[in-house]
Design a protein around this ligand. Structure first.
Ligand code: SF4
Length: 241
């Protein structure tokens, strides 16, 4: 698999915040987020400028599982980039981890779905709102066309309702204008308020704290959950934590 980094840390976002977790960060993404603030994606080394073979490069599923076992963690978080881009390998990895008793979380932008969903515990979907469009760049058109795939999102929600996995819908929020878009999507896909987490946009402590207050107020007003970014609060915007 094309891997950007493997590390042991605490889950920083969503309902499992604070749980010790082994992170498997896959390389490459099919989107290119650039937020209203001008910030790029928080892991540009997996999307805008993917790590090359001088970093981890290609790793076998066996090697990844070996590193997971060494960490001693129960939780395995497969994140990116976009993990679902590598669909065959992802299914083999999830199935291997589940056989070892891991609690498997997949963090995805929700544009792709495949057989890996049969071997996961939690799918954390982060659909990209219009405030993520990289206006004025070569990626503007492709990102705008591909960022929301309603059929895929509906399939995630339906499989969750069948009991296949737990689900959370996590939105990077830049301001109150994002709420109408979230509500529109909610109407179309049918996910519940209690499965929604709003997260302040920001890639360092100051930005998260500054934007966090406004997002917390939006959570109180609209009845959604708040999630911060614990790893940034604790360690700043560093890699590998
Ligand atoms: S979908 Fe995620 S990994 Fe891909 S560019 Fe956007 S924030 Fe980065």
């Amino acid at each position: 698999m094309r891997i950007s980094e493997l590390f042991y840390s605490l889950q920083g976002e969503g309902k499992r915040t604070g749980v010790p977790s082994f992170f498997i960060r896959t390389n490459f993404c099919n989107l290119k987020c650039m937020f209203k603030s001008g910030n790029l994606c928080d892991t540009p080394y997996t999307s805008w400028n993917p790590d090359d073979e001088n970093n981890l490069g290609e790793l076998s599923v066996e090697k990844i599982i070996e590193e997971y076992l060494k960490s001693g963690a129960v939780d395995a978080v497969i994140t990116g980039g976009e993990p679902a881009v590598q669909k065959e390998e992802l299914e083999i990895l999830c199935s291997g981890l589940k056989k070892l008793g891991a609690y498997v979380t997949i963090e995805t932008n929700g544009t792709l779905i495949s057989g890996f969903i049969n071997h996961t515990d939690l799918i954390s979907i982060s659909p990209k709102l219009s405030t993520s469009v990289p206006y004025g760049t070569e990626y503007e058109k492709a990102h705008s066309q591909n960022r929301i795939n309603p059929d895929v999102l509906i399939s995630y929600e339906e499989n969750h309702r069948k009991g296949l996995f737990d689900i959370q819908w996590k939105f990077v929020v830049c301001g109150e204008e994002d709420i109408a878009e979230i509500k529109e999507l909610q109407k179309e896909i049918g996910f519940t308020d209690s499965s929604v987490y709003l997260m302040p946009e920001g890639i360092n402590r100051d930005e998260i704290r500054m934007n966090g207050i406004a997002v917390a107020e939006l959570c109180r007003k609209y009845g959604y959950n708040y999630t911060g970014r614990l790893h940034i609060e604790l360690w700043g915007g560093k890699r590998g934590v």
